[in-house]
Ligand binder design. Structure first.
Ligand SMILES: [Zn+2]
Length: 201
């Protein structure tokens, strides 16, 4: 579908102007730039809240200030990369930053590379965001209707519309595959080293 037609359809779907969708796309692209700051290996999430007054409060997923930058560990049973429980999401980091600086978020709009997780959804309700715009769909989405019930307009602009020059490729997937491959490679290396030692002894 041509980009102009896709934008027109999204504007109709969410009952906003085409200009608003075009602006949303620019803001979502900014989220992907913020996401580059994330030290997470599994999924880099970039977000920001645009306040009613037009202030941008950015956030990306990571650890608390001053603590280790390690966001994940390798599960010894599966070899998978697993996020630590103490990781702070992008939106939460933005909310904490706003609290530190005394910036009101009421009636602001959340922009994010990814749909809000089950922890960020209630946080968005608590600070009274009026809109939430995201690009990639996170695997757990059953809390999104609750956000809508509480008056937050959720707007999903798919990756291929945010990045028409890249097509429909999901940029998170190669990262995950790459990190998993690296994990497996290092595990394989350790295993074969052990085996070598055993054979030599
Ligand atoms: Zn979250």
């Amino acid at each position: 579908m041509p980009q102009a037609e896709a934008i027109k359809q999204l504007a109709q779907k969410y009952n906003v102007s085409e200009k608003q969708i075009q602006t949303d796309i620019i803001y979502l692209r900014m989220c992907f730039i913020f996401a580059e700051q994330s030290k997470a290996k599994r999924l880099k999430v970039g977000e920001f809240v645009l306040t009613k007054q037009g202030i941008i409060v950015p956030g990306y997923n990571g650890t608390a200030p001053g603590t280790s930058n390690e966001c994940e560990y390798v599960d010894p049973n599966t070899g998978n990369l697993v996020s630590y429980n103490h990781i702070i999401c992008g939106l939460q980091n933005g909310i904490y930053k706003a609290a530190r600086e005394g910036i009101p978020l009421v009636d602001g709009t959340g922009y994010s590379t990814d749909s809000p997780c089950p922890r960020c959804g209630p946080a968005a309700i608590s600070v009274n965001l009026k809109r939430f715009v995201y690009c990639r769909q996170y695997r757990i989405i059953d809390h999104l209707p609750i956000m809508e019930e509480q008056g937050i307009q959720i707007c999903h602009i798919p990756y291929e519309i945010v990045f028409p020059e890249k097509g429909s490729q999901e940029c998170s997937t190669p990262n995950i595959k790459k990190s998993l491959r690296q994990t497996w490679q290092s595990m394989w290396k350790q295993k074969s080293m052990k085996l070598l030692k055993k054979m030599r002894s």
